[in-house]
Design a protein around this ligand. Structure first.
Ligand code: NAP
Length: 284
């Protein structure tokens, strides 16, 4: 660091588990950018102070994680269309004192899905399990692809209905009752688990019975701890192509890096760094 180092960081509560500093730190080193990225523990009642601090200190960029993704919007000068539709911000860019909020979670997920599992989403029937915060960005991003249909199923159906109503209606997005899951899994080309079922420490739990999936279909899971969930392991046994959550994490960070620096993100090195940080600690 020197007196020209540009500052970046992530705010959340809790934050000490975050892999963003190692991932973005590697991205800056790899790209020759004189930047420093820290993790900041910000309690909800200090969120306004934290954003004022970002302005005062001239941070170029910030990532925002749980529980601030919605509340932070009130402190920004501009909200990008994607973040507005999704209703949450995970990336802030400071353009000469104007703070602009973006959401890179959904587009990060879709970029990872296309690069790692299914390059062409045209005509695909996609089943999304879950309707929480992560599902919002993913459904929004999937609507931007030429998918044939997007089926949304959530244990609490009303939440799926609310999510579908909040997003632009284009006739392809349909809410499915949870009890029709078996049938829908069998018809879907891609089944995406956006629920928290299977996340460490409850790693044996599965959001749906993998025996319902069609061999050859893609089973995708947002969870990256463990890197391969029980759901993905069983789907692989069944002959499905599998796609884990690490790529989403890497690419949401890659988009943030690109928005901040204008440079292509070194995604491979970023993934390598996160994987190294997991060594010996996965599924904890
Ligand atoms: P959230 O807002 O709390 O939503 C949780 C979702 O899981 C809801 O749809 C909830 O259904 C469902 N659910 C919870 N327990 C369930 C159960 N026993 N059976 C069926 N459904 C259940 O959480 P989120 O922020 O969307 O995160 C969801 C997952 O995505 C987490 O595992 C998180 O780690 C992962 N994630 C990964 C990335 C990444 O970069 N890879 C990014 C964001 C999130 P109800 O509405 O019925 O409660």
């Amino acid at each position: 660091m020197n007196s020209h180092t540009v500052l970046y960081g992530v705010i959340g509560d809790p934050i000490r588990h975050s892999r963003s500093p190692v991932m973005l730190g590697r991205a800056f080193r790899e790209s020759g950018v004189n930047g420093a990225y820290g993790a900041f523990h910000v309690a909800p009642e200090r969120l306004g102070d934290a954003i004022r601090g970002i302005r005062a200190l001239g941070f170029r960029g910030l990532n925002v994680t749980i529980p601030h993704k919605v509340e932070v919007m009130a402190y920004l000068d501009e909200i990008d269309e994607s973040a507005g539709a999704i209703g949450a911000v995970n990336t802030i860019v400071n353009e000469d004192g104007r703070l602009i909020g973006y959401n890179t979670d959904g587009i990060g997920y879709v970029r990872s899905l296309k690069e790692e599992a299914e390059p062409d989403l045209t005509g695909k029937r996609v089943l999304v399990l879950g309707a929480g915060g992560a599902a919002r960005g993913i459904v929004w991003a999937l609507q931007r692809e030429h998918t044939a249909e997007i089926w949304l199923a959530n244990r609490t159906e009303q939440r799926a209905v609310g999510l579908a109503a909040a997003l632009p209606s284009d006739g392809r997005l349909k809410v499915l009752p949870w009890h029709l899951l078996a049938e829908a899994c069998g018809e879907a080309d891609i089944v995406i688990n956006t629920t928290s079922v299977g996340m460490a420490p409850h790693t044996e739990a599965m959001p749906a019975d993998p025996a319902w999936l069609r061999p050859g279909a893609v089973a995708s899971d947002l969870i990256y701890n463990p890197l391969k969930t029980a759901f993905l392991g069983a789907a692989e046994q069944r002959g499905c192509r599998i796609h884990g959550g690490l790529g989403m994490f890497v690419y949401q960070g890659a988009y943030a890096f690109e928005y901040w620096t204008g440079l292509p993100a070194p995604a491979r090195a970023m993934r390598e760094e996160v994987l190294a940080s997991f060594a010996g600690t996965a599924a904890v």
